[in-house]
Design a binder for this molecule. Structure first.
Ligand SMILES: C[S@@+](CC[C@H](N)C(=O)[O-])C[C@H]1O[C@@H](n2cnc3c(N)ncnc32)[C@H](O)[C@@H]1O
Length: 557
């Protein structure tokens, strides 16, 4: 890889995975190397390596999607993906994709391995899956089985992961109650009902069925993918309901905006996620965090504090959020991953004024811009910072989000509600847009492909955006010092230093404002930066011995 021959490197590591499928070092490296690539032409070893990766929960799956899709597209049975966008209607699809073509798609092992764990980010694949799902539903009335159980289970897992974001036609809306009645009235008969239930799971979660328990009690005699489906759509949601009852409430939630924001994330906990890399016990940072207290304010579904806990297993981490549904998701995932150094609590950042705990590091990514009063919330967090502590903050950029603001404006003008139907209608509009339409680029975003992500993106109840000069002014008002941006692509540093040679620390926000005028998408996802109290020198202890790895402010400190 370092020699600049990525395809050869990926091919070699794929071969190593096939030869030693149990060795997770290979799968991790493979997943890392595939990030940003869409590898083609590696044939069977790539396919087998991908399938092995999808069963390794210790790797992060999203970067595998482009290569997974490319590997499917190379197969003759999936060649229709290249044409399907030209097909005018569902009827044309049923004319063209006739048996046994559908069976080949449904039985494909690569399809069955990736579908349950990946979000599809391909309009063509989404169209195919939506039509195939409809075909299965329409056939349930006339056929003994609506489709193969493993495929329907894999599709049900996929649809649950994207929170049923795919369009549902009127014909399907009409058939769904019938399917539900059939499942509920026939009970469990060992052959037919599981396939009907799996089909139903592609539209609605199985925990909404009264017969879910009966089905679950027989699941262990059924294919593994069906068992996984029952786990994710019945067992885990039930577990989360129980967990909610145990979560301590740290503060009341009185502010009207906080209440509305909470409701959004109770309905659509964000983000949904499956896997995260396990810490390598031998990595230096793993043992260097004893005693550090970290607050993750607005921790969502736990992905952020859990990834911190994975890297710093000796740190004491607190995850705080408004949404019980999000916290319960995080607690379930932490337990599943054997992580026990996170305490999850419910609370409103705006009400934290009297809390008397103190933290070495406070992180709040993508949260303060959803508060009624971001500055008041930020001040509350600063009060919780130990002397010489550090903060990592993520805030939306006004310039970086202009394309998203277009989507938000369209949603407001069209009066679409933030419901499943409203979100699906928005997606249909974007898919149908002319390529030159300003909304069209939204369909290229990962977040366009699931309900909670898209709700967060364009249907949010409250969103503030800032410029670098706003950051500077807020930091000054709070007597805080900007320490630098986190996570910038490596190519930016030399360019920035060429443009602003006198700002070697890269911490002058006026310069960054100019930079952003010239490169408006630098902070398209958000500004993520570190800061500390202006009158403090950052703790030598924090910097040099313990949490150095918490400070990826490259070249700044
Ligand atoms: C966009 S999500 C980000 C989640 C998480 N930080 C991440 O990056 O994965 C915003 C989260 O902030 C939480 N939040 C918003 N306002 C809050 C407040 N006033 N107090 C606590 N949490 C809040 C929401 O409930 C939601 O889970």
């Amino acid at each position: 890889m370092n020699a600049g021959r990525p395809v050869q490197a990926i091919s070699t590591i794929a071969q190593a995975i096939v030869e030693e499928p149990e060795d997770s070092r290979y799968t991790r490296v493979f997943a890392n190397w595939l990030t940003g690539y869409r590898v083609r032409g590696l044939g069977e070893s790539l396919e087998r390596a991908l399938i092995i990766c999808f069963s390794d929960k210790a790797i992060f799956y999203p970067p595998l999607f482009p290569t997974w899709l490319a590997a499917l597209e190379e197969k003759a049975s999936f060649s229709f993906l290249k044409e399907i966008q030209e097909w005018k209607s569902y009827e044309e699809f049923t004319q063209r994709l006739r048996p046994p073509a559908f069976e080949k798609v449904a039985d494909d092992p690569l399809m069955l391995a990736g579908l349950p764990v990946l979000l599809s980010r391909s309009p063509a694949l989404e169209k195919a899956l939506t039509y195939i799902r409809r075909r299965c539903l329409e056939s349930f009335v006339s056929q003994p089985s609506p489709g193969p159980l493993p495929f329907l289970s894999a599709l049900g897992l996929h649809c649950f992961f994207n929170e049923f974001v795919f369009s549902v036609s009127e014909q399907e809306q009409h058939l769904l109650p019938k399917l539900k009645d059939t499942i509920e009235s026939t009970g469990f008969d060992g052959t037919q009902t599981p396939a009907f239930a799996a089909l139903y799971s592609c539209y609605r979660p199985l925990f909404t069925l009264t017969s879910a328990e009966a089905l679950q009690s027989h699941a262990d005699t059924l294919p593994l993918l069906f068992q996984e489906l029952m786990k994710r759509q019945v067992t885990e949601p039930a577990e989360e309901q129980n967990i909610k009852k145990e979560i301590p409430a740290l503060t009341p939630i009185k502010n009207a905006v906080s209440q509305a924001v909470r409701q959004q994330y109770e309905d659509n906990p964000y983000p949904r996620w499956h896997s995260w890399p396990k810490a390598d016990a031998s990595s230096p940072q793993s043992s260097q965090s004893g005693g550090i207290a970290i607050l993750n304010a607005g921790c969502g579904t736990g992905q952020s504090p859990i990834s911190t806990a994975v890297l710093y297993p000796c740190a004491q981490i607190t995850g705080l959020d408004l949404s019980l549904a999000s916290l319960a998701y995080g607690i379930r995932k932490a337990r599943e991953m054997g992580i026990n150094n996170i305490r999850f609590v419910q609370g409103d950042i705006l009400e934290l004024g009297d809390w008397n705990e103190k933290f070495h590091v406070i992180m709040s990514g993508g949260v303060l811009h959803h508060l009624d009063d971001p500055l008041r919330g930020w001040r509350n967090l600063i009060k919780l910072l130990k002397p010489n502590g550090l903060m990592k903050i993520g805030l939306y950029s006004e310039r970086g989000r202009q394309h998203i603001v277009k989507g938000q404006e369209w949603v407001k003008t069209s009066g679409l509600p933030p419901t499943e139907e409203g979100i699906r209608a928005f997606r249909e509009h974007v898919f149908a847009c002319d390529p030159s339409d300003l909304l069209k680029p939204l369909a290229d975003l990962y977040v366009f492909y699931s309900m909670s992500n898209l709700r967060d993106l364009v249907f949010h109840i409250k969103e503030h955006r800032f410029t670098c000069l706003d950051l500077q002014s807020m930091l000054e008002q709070m007597n805080m010092r900007f320490l630098g941006f986190h996570g910038l692509p490596p190519e930016i540093k030399p360019e920035y230093l060429k443009r602003f040679p006198h700002d070697a620390a890269m911490t002058n926000l006026e310069n960054w404002d100019k930079w952003e005028q010239e490169h408006p998408f630098t902070f398209a996802s958000m500004y993520v930066f570190w800061c500390c109290r202006a009158d403090e020198t950052v703790s030598a202890d924090l910097l040099s011995s313990r949490a150095r790895h918490l400070l990826p402010v490259r070249g700044v400190i």
